[in-house]
Design a protein. Structure first.
Length: 74
């Protein structure tokens, strides 16, 4: 029996792409290719940071709504 498919969170995908871009930069022999890969890595890392902030804000929002609903019920 095969394992269930695990869906990656956006942040995880962005970090994987950043890692891939860094690997490609390390392997590049041309300076312009290396620079392009390093810019891509920086962009993926920024997207990962934004995704992490979004996840935290979403979790805080859900918790606040749950607390408000609990207060309204009680």
């Amino acid at each position: 029996m095969s394992e269930p498919v695990r869906h990656l969170k956006d942040r995880e995908v962005y970090l994987l792409r950043a890692e891939q871009a860094r690997s490609e930069a390390d392997e590049a022999t041309l300076a312009n290719v290396r620079d392009r890969c390093l810019r891509a890595e920086a962009a993926w890392m920024e997207m990962a940071d934004r995704a992490e902030r979004t996840e935290k804000m979403r979790a805080a929002s859900v918790a606040a709504k749950a607390a408000l609903a609990e207060t309204a019920e009680g």
